[in-house]
Structures are given as structure tokens and as C-alpha cells.
Design a protein around this ligand. Structure first.
Ligand code: GLN
Length: 486
């Protein structure tokens, strides 16, 4: 039994811990053995600390022994390196924050640690979460555990690859335009972007503050719910947080029977790889076999979502990133004559290419004379996309779409063409624009690579979405496939 622990979900591991089949120290050691063996091929971590984790595991075992534990006590996890932690440095994948230590834990980390979960390290990401492949990390790219010549997706490629490769039971990422769902899809695991405001962003390094949400990567939707229950809630340190709705969803009766599923035709367009399309349609047939009522719907403004996002997110980023001036945080150029030169040189040398591109795009869109034309217009278009999506949920319970237009692409394949990289987010961005919940679950494979299907629900419909995803996974085994590492 001890050689398949990395394929087990939280619930199963928690039982093994509470009935003393294994200890948390053994569990953590088991995961570090796998990390020692395979991490050099994958590069999912920016930092890790075995001694710290073992120390926490000793404390968790004591809690378990005293029966003061809960379901995640003693379970190892990783967070994306744009989530602040006291013990580990927080780099956001950027040279400009290399060596930066936060003096507090993000609320999500605090909540998980207070429940006895064990933080083993920080996950690699595209610099400041800008990208779809994790190739924009200042610390080198992460590889996809299913095929080492391919990307894990991004920007949370490290946390996704770590769960997929069996280095961590679950992990947290951030999703501004798809950065949890797209890598979950490409790595064959479950990834949730909660409703905007469900989870506190306190301690998350801000990218696009009106779009950012923290969400879990897990082996299944049941674990996703467990983690969401712990990390969600109103937080006095994040005024946009409000927690989840208190609606209780009956998960005993078959929710799939009679479920109204909308297929937005704009998502099944020419952007979509034919084989991915076929595989998502097989998933839809499965839903129909379970009694779901499938209906084609239209969201005509979907086509504008990408342009809206690539104005709003860089605009917010250009403002959020103005604090990195070479004085307050991390990296600083010292061979300078005055303050302005320090700021200019630190930012020029500290930020990578994609981050500079976004800062320029954002600054331009916000500048006087262009504001009305770009940022202002994008805000108006956002409202249209949002109300179109809100309206659709008066007709259907959920939307089903592909998560990503293709399976994992080759490392380097889209690096030279930012527009091609941006186009990868076309299926995931609308949920961020509208602030609604969406989950990617593995639905099959194409040429040995995972494909994810995205389920999108109405605002604050997170609990129901998770019950739907869980019931699907109870009836199928797509989520049980794992990459073979050697
Ligand atoms: N790929 C998108 C971008 O580069 C989304 C990133 C994210 O969700 N953090 O902006």
C-alpha cells in the first residue's frame, strides 16, 4: 500500500492517518522521496524545506494521536509562489522579488496551517502569474509530467505539475484568466476557480485585482470541496471577500438527472482542436446518458472576452506592479547616481519581457487621452459579457466547454508569438470577467495527453458545481489516470 499513496485523495489519506496505518511523518517522507527521485525532471518547486515539513508532521501526528485533528491534518501541500508565506521566500517567479520574505502568511495559508496541513514548498509560475505555459518564470520552465517535452500550462504550472506528478496531495494556484483551470486540464487533474470573493486574496501578490481568485488543484472534486470549505470565507483583510453562499446542496440524489447543460456554440469554434472537441463531446454524451438535458446556447459577446481581458488585466497589473521600485522589496540596482536611476535600472533588470510588455500595455490603456478608448471601453464591454453570462443561467444550470483549445503544447512552441499564447485563454477568461465559478475536470485523453472539460456555474454556485463534478467522478474514472514517471 505504501507505494501508491501519491495516487490517493485527501479523504482516503486522512483515514489512513486517523486509523494509524501511516503517520504524517511517513506520509511527508514518502512525498519527499518522490520529489528526490523525479523533481529534477519536472522543476515544479521554486523552494521546499523537508526539515520544516517533518517538524510540522511530528506536530500533526501528536494532534492525530490526541484526536484533535481534522480531515487535512498531516496532509502535505504546496502553494504557488505568488502566495505569501512567512517560512518560505515569495518570489512570484520574478527576479525582482528574488530573496523577498513576507512577514505574514496569506489568509489561505494561515487557514490551512491552522487545520494542520503541512506546507512543503512553493510552486513555480509564470512571472507575476502572466502566461499560459510557466515558461515566463525567472527560475526556468516547469515540464508536464505526462510528457517532459511539453508545457504543464500556466501560470500555475508548478502547483499543477506537483499534484499530477504525485509530489503533493493538493496545491493552491491563482486564477486571473484561467491559471488554475488550464494547467489542471493540461496536467490531468481537477482545478477550481471559485466565485470572485469566495476566497480571501490577502497575501496573494496582486495581478488583476478585479479578476484574481485563489483556487485548489486536487486529484478529484471531492477534495476540491474540502479545500474550498477551509480557504473560503469573509476576511477582514480583503474587503472584496464575502465567502460562499450558505445554500446547502443535496449531494445524495442524482443531480445529473434532469440537469440543464448549456453548450455555448462560440466555444466550439475553429479555435478548437478537432480531437479535443470530439473528446469533450464524448463527455457531453456521457452527461446526456445520465439524464442531463443538453441544449446549444449562444453567448455572442464571447469573441470580445479576450480583448477585454488583455486590456483590463494589464491595466490593473501596471498599477499593482508600480510598487516594485527596487527600494521596498527584493532586487535593487546599486550602481546608480540617484533615486530615479535606481528605480529605472531595478525595474529594467528585475522584470522579465512579458511583465514589461503587460506594464506597457496597461500604462498605455490607462493614460490620459487613451483611457476612454481602451480601459473605459473594455469596462463597458465587461459589463455586457457579464450580464450575458448571468442571463444564461436563467435558462441552464451549468455550461460545459473545453477548458483549453488544445492538449499540452511543446515547450517553446508559442513563446515567440504572444498573441498565440494569449489565445490559449479564450475558454477560461469569461468566467473571470463575470466573477463566476468554473472547474476543470479530466474528461479523457488525446494521444496520451489529458483533456479537461470545464463546467461553469452561476455566481456563488460553487457548492452545486462541486457536487455535479463529484457525481460525475463517482461514475467515471477519467480522473484516476496518472502520468508514468521513470
Ligand atoms: N494566461 C493568462 C495571462 O497570461 C491568465 C493568467 C492567470 O490566470 N494568472 O494573463
Amino acid at each position: 500500500m505504501l507505494n501508491s499513496l501519491h495516487n490517493k485523495g485527501i479523504k482516503e489519506l486522512s483515514l489512513l492517518l486517523s486509523d494509524k496505518t501511516i503517520s504524517s511523518v511517513e506520509l511527508v517522507t514518502y512525498f519527499f522521496d518522490r520529489i528526490d527521485k523525479y523533481e529534477s525532471q519536472i522543476h515544479s518547486f521554486i523552494s521546499m524545506d523537508k526539515d520544516y515539513a517533518i517538524d510540522k508532521a511530528i506536530q500533526a501526528d501528536k494532534l492525530i494521536h490526541r484526536k484533535e485533528s481534522n480531515i487535512i491534518t498531516g496532509i502535505p501541500y504546496m502553494v504557488k509562489d505568488n502566495i505569501s508565506t512567512k517560512h518560505f521566500e515569495t518570489t512570484a517567479g520574478s527576479k525582482i522579488l528574488d530573496g523577498f520574505s513576507s512577514n505574514y502568511d496569506a489568509t489561505v495559508v494561515k487557514n490551512l496551517n491552522e487545520h494542520g496541513a503541512i506546507l512543503i514548498g512553493k510552486g513555480n509560475l509564470d512571472e507575476f502569474a502572466m502566461g499560459s505555459s510557466t515558461e515566463n518564470s525567472a527560475f526556468g520552465a516547469t515540464k508536464n509530467p505526462w510528457d517532459l517535452s511539453r508545457v504543464p500550462g500556466g501560470s500555475s504550472g508548478g502547483p499543477a505539475a506537483a499534484v499530477s506528478a504525485g509530489f503533493s496531495v493538493f496545491s493552491l494556484g491563482s486564477d486571473t484568466g484561467g491559471s488554475v483551470r488550464q494547467p489542471a486540464s493540461l496536467c490531468g487533474i481537477t482545478g477550481l476557480k471559485p466565485s470572485y470573493g469566495a476566497v480571501s486574496r490577502y497575501g496573494l501578490i496582486a495581478f488583476g485585482s478585479s479578476l484574481d481568485q485563489i483556487g485548489p488543484f486536487t486529484r478529484n472534486a471531492e477534495d476540491s470541496k474540502l479545500i474550498l470549505d477551509i480557504i473560503s470565507g469573509k476576511d477582514e483583510y480583503d474587503s472584496t471577500s464575502r465567502g460562499l453562499s450558505s445554500e446547502i446542496i443535496d449531494d445524495e440524489t442524482n443531480i445529473l438527472n434532469g440537469l440543464k447543460v448549456g453548450l455555448p456554440k462560440e466555444y466550439f469554434s475553429e479555435y478548437l482542436d478537432e480531437k479535443v472537441k470530439d473528446s469533450v463531446m464524448d463527455f457531453v454524451s456521457f452527461l446526456s446518458d445520465q439524464g442531463a438535458v443538453i441544449e446549444e446556447v449562444s453567448l455572442p459577446h464571447t469573441d470580445y472576452a479576450l480583448s477585454v481581458y488583455y486590456i483590463l488585466a494589464p491595466s490593473e497589473a501596471s498599477s499593482n506592479l508600480s510598487r516594485y521600485d527596487g527600494v521596498k522589496y527584493g532586487y535593487s540596482e546599486n550602481e546608480v547616481d540617484n533615486m530615479w536611476e535606481r528605480i529605472e535600472k531595478s525595474r529594467s533588470n528585475g522584470f522579465g519581457l512579458e511583465v514589461k510588455r503587460r506594464i506597457m500595455l496597461g500604462t498605455y490603456s490607462l493614460s490620459s487621452g487613451y483611457y476612454d478608448e481602451y480601459y473605459g471601453k473594455a469596462e463597458q464591454a465587461r459589463q455586457i459579457i457579464k450580464s450575458e453570462l448571468n442571463d444564461i443561467f436563467t435558462k441552464v444550470d451549468i455550461l460545459v466547454t473545453p477548458t483549453s483549445p488544445s492538449t499540452a503544447f511543446k515547450l517553446g512552441e508559442k513563446l515567440s508569438d504572444p498573441m498565440e499564447m494569449y489565445a490559449n485563454d479564450i475558454m477560461t477568461i469569461p468566467a473571470n470577467i463575470a466573477g463566476i465559478p468554473a472547474i476543470s475536470i479530466p474528461s479523457s485523453q488525446v494521444n496520451g495527453l489529458p483533456v479537461g472539460s470545464q463546467l461553469v456555474g452561476p455566481y456563488m454556485g460553487d457548492a452545486k458545481l462541486l457536487v455535479i463534478a463529484n457525481q460525475i467522478q463517482q461514475l467515471t474514472d477519467w480522473h484516476l489516470s496518472n502520468p508514468q514517471l521513470s
